[in-house]
Design a protein around this ligand. Structure first.
Ligand SMILES: Nc1ncnc2c1ncn2[C@@H]1O[C@H](COP(=O)(O)OP(=O)(O)OP(=O)(O)O)[C@@H](O)[C@H]1O
Length: 250
């Protein structure tokens, strides 16, 4: 069983830029939670706070039922140099091995890695270099790597970015399997139609928490515009009085 996660009055700022404020929410264990909201609304910052990768104020508790379980994380983007001699299989196995990459990996690990790649339809790319894959294919490999240790908490930042329809279908079917296994999944997603297909709780974040609830409730057609246009705009008067803007306009 995955953990529940509770956030209490969480805030985060980068110098003068207040990115998150007053975020208090409980994320139920063993469910899929989707974080949505406009660009720059603080979704990635929220994930990074939960992962302990960035300082924040307030309190975040990851509540494991027994001992601390495993966490899988797929970041928003990764860059691989095309000339780097790192195959897909090498990459998947990297965090499994305590010996240098040029030693042969043990067969059991390879079989396990290939099985995870197959779950994402990527087994036939195992010997390609990471840098030779398309963006959507790299996302699939990152997801396969995150699944390798059978994590109880899976944190995914825009995992279907750049994926084709087939990739999205693999993703959706995997999420559905993982929810049946009672893993806790936290995923940042922008595609409203795709999120409606997931069995998920949706949390709309734009600096503050705007709304939380079942996807069917939160993503009602008549509410979408209001939810996603909830800009924390600079007052128009400030923009007009800004000398930089004025000089650019002139
Ligand atoms: N390391 C950083 N230093 C300074 N500012 C940052 C840093 N990381 C993010 N920000 C700022 O914090 C704000 C929120 O960024 P964040 O990446 O969390 O948003 P997001 O909702 O995930 O956006 P998107 O949908 O575009 O991925 C943005 O204004 C961004 O410029």
């Amino acid at each position: 069983m995955g953990p529940s996660i509770s956030l209490n009055d969480v805030g985060l700022r980068y110098e003068n830029n207040i990115v998150l404020q007053d975020i208090s929410v409980s994320l139920d264990a063993g469910k899929c939670h989707v974080i949505m909201g406009p660009n720059g609304g603080g979704k990635t910052s929220l994930l990074r706070s939960i992962l302990g990768l960035t300082p924040f104020k307030g309190e975040i508790n990851v509540n494991w039922t027994d001992s601390k379980g495993k966490i899988g994380y797929v970041p928003q983007k990764a860059t691989f140099e095309p000339s780097l001699p790192l195959t897909v299989l090498d990459f998947i196995l990297l965090n499994q091995s305590r010996s240098p990459l040029f030693f042969n990996f043990n067969k059991k690990h390879k079989v396990k890695a290939l099985a995870q790649l197959a779950r994402l339809g990527m087994a036939d790319r195992a010997m390609f270099r990471m840098g030779q894959l398309s963006g959507g294919e790299q996302q699939r490999v990152l997801f396969a790597q995150a699944l390798l240790d059978n994590p109880d908490l899976l944190i995914l930042d825009e995992p279907t970015n750049g994926m084709d329809d087939q990739g999205v279908r693999y993703f959706e079917s995997l999420i559905s399997d993982l929810v049946k296994e009672q893993k806790t999944i936290l995923v940042v997603h922008h595609d409203i139609s795709a999120v409606r297909r997931l069995e998920a709780t949706v949390h709309v974040v734009n600096g503050v928490l705007i709304e939380s609830g079942d996807a069917s409730e939160v993503l009602q057609t008549n509410k979408i515009e209001q939810l996603f246009n909830h800009y924390r705009s600079t007052p128009v008067s400030d923009v007009v009085n800004d000398s930089t803007v004025n000089s650019e306009v002139a």
